[in-house]
Design a protein around this ligand. Structure first.
Ligand code: RNT
Ligand code: ZN
Length: 417
């Protein structure tokens, strides 16, 4: 895109926004400081590098068989760097435990150590990407339907050990990068059909978590992620929203809101302000559920926009960590990252450009027609010209230009896999 064109449109937009009391430069400098935590698992359909030949379990599924998925550490890193080159701003990378550098050997989940992620820590430093982490309860012979909530003490202890080790790895990552590593804990535990022991499993999960969190660390932060149901685990989820909200409030843990993990008519954005009052911070897994937790690629839809607005309206960009979590195996996977990440950033930009002061004046004066009218008008203010400038200043493709970049990468790299 011609630089002059971007500049011209931006100048007009800046004037237009200033008429409604919004400083576009301020919005841009705020957006520049918001990292997204990119989920490593979109690159390879949540496979990881354990190479045990097992399939994806734990009630999650990646559908589609588009060619070119990353098959090893090198390919995954190459794909992530490609994604990074197409995104404005500085982003983080969220790793699952199964993405360690196991050097061709089998390292069981209760044996994993920080050394298996030393290569990632170096890579992160070299490439300016800070790391986040996730323990992995799925795709393992001991996963079954229950891990941390398993009545079998042997299995429960195995997963407790795994999760403790993941916290230690996160701590080392945080130390190495001089910035806390955010570790997400999600377990699939549940039941396909009716259970008469709802309390017992939750009691066990609570005890397991207490044991896992007994060690205090200073370079990592814990998040706990709830879910409504999993595939093959439809009737009951041990770690429900009530469960983790209660646990998080009592134990001062970050609660993760995955936008696919609620009843479809539930408005996730409305939870932000409540959680901010009772929890230290919030973690988001931005996804796009279609009829169920389908993990479609995030787009710039009303749900994502409202989520972004609730964060900026609460002035909470520093207390809400924004991660992506979807896995679409039916389209170009690198492209899927870029679409979802850019969509999330576009939503954040529109939120930062909201004429909030005027809207709040209207509301304070009981001028509800005026409030609604300005909310409607704000939707078509020229935010896209500000977005293009954001991309141009960050030296990444402007507008649809990234499509050609991804096509080239597909021709030269992913199609040859
Ligand atoms: C599953 C959760 C969880 C996973 C990743 C792979 O429903 O959303 O966050 O997607 O850990
Ligand atoms: Zn999630």
């Amino acid at each position: 895109m011609k630089q002059e064109l971007v500049q011209k449109a931006y100048d007009i937009a800046a004037e237009r926004y200033s008429a409604v009391g919004v400083d576009v430069e301020k919005a841009l400098s705020k957006l520049q400081k918001v990292p997204l935590s990119l989920h490593c698992w979109q690159a390879d359909d949540v496979t990881g590098f354990e190479q045990t030949g097992g399939s994806l379990t734990g009630g999650i599924q990646a559908t589609g068989n588009y060619p070119g998925r990353a098959r090893d550490l090198q390919e995954l890193r190459a794909d992530i760097l490609k994604v990074k080159s197409l995104l404005p701003g500085q982003h983080r990378l969220s790793l699952h435990e199964i993405y360690g550098d196991f050097e061709g050997k089998f390292v069981d989940r209760d044996q994993v150590e920080p050394k298996h992620f030393a290569g990632w820590m170096d890579w992160g430093k070299e490439n300016g990407m800070r790391l986040d982490f996730n323990s992995t309860s799925f795709s393992h012979p001991k996963s079954g339907d229950l891990s941390l909530a398993n009545p079998d003490k042997g299995i429960r202890d195995f997963w407790i050990e795994h999760t403790k080790r993941c916290r230690l790895i996160s701590e080392e990552m945080g130390k190495a990068q001089g910035d806390p590593c955010i570790m997400n804990l999600w377990v699939h535990d549940g039941s396909k059909d009716l259970t008469v022991n709802r309390l017992q499993y939750r009691q066990l999960l609570k005890e397991s978590l207490d044991e896992i969190f007994a060690t205090t660390y200073h370079n990592m932060k814990d998040c706990i992620e709830a879910k409504l149901f999993g595939i093959g685990l439809e009737s009951y989820t041990v770690g429900s929203y009530d469960f983790y909200l209660g646990y998080g409030v009592r134990n001062n843990k970050i609660v993760t809101l995955d936008t696919g993990h609620f009843h479809l008519t539930e408005r996730i954005f409305d939870k932000i302000s409540s959680l901010l009052l009772f929890l230290p911070e919030i973690m988001l897994h931005v996804s796009r559920p279609l009829w169920w937790d389908s993990d479609h690629v995030t787009i710039m839809n009303d749900e994502t926009l409202e989520l972004a607005k609730e964060i900026t309206r609460a002035g909470a960009l520093d207390r809400v960590h924004i991660g992506l979590d979807y896995f679409d195996a039916s389209i170009n996977r690198v492209g899927a990252y870029v679409i979802g990440a850019r969509a999330t950033q576009k939503c954040l930009l529109q939120a930062l450009l909201e004429p909030l002061a005027t809207l709040r004046d209207f509301e304070a004066n009981g001028q509800y027609f005026e409030r609604l009218a300005l909310l409607e008008e704000a939707k078509s203010l020229p935010w896209n010209a500000v977005w293009d400038m954001f991309c141009a200043r960050n030296n990444v493709p402007v507008g649809e230009e990234f499509i050609a970049d991804i096509q080239r990468y597909e021709r030269e790299v992913t199609s040859k896999r």
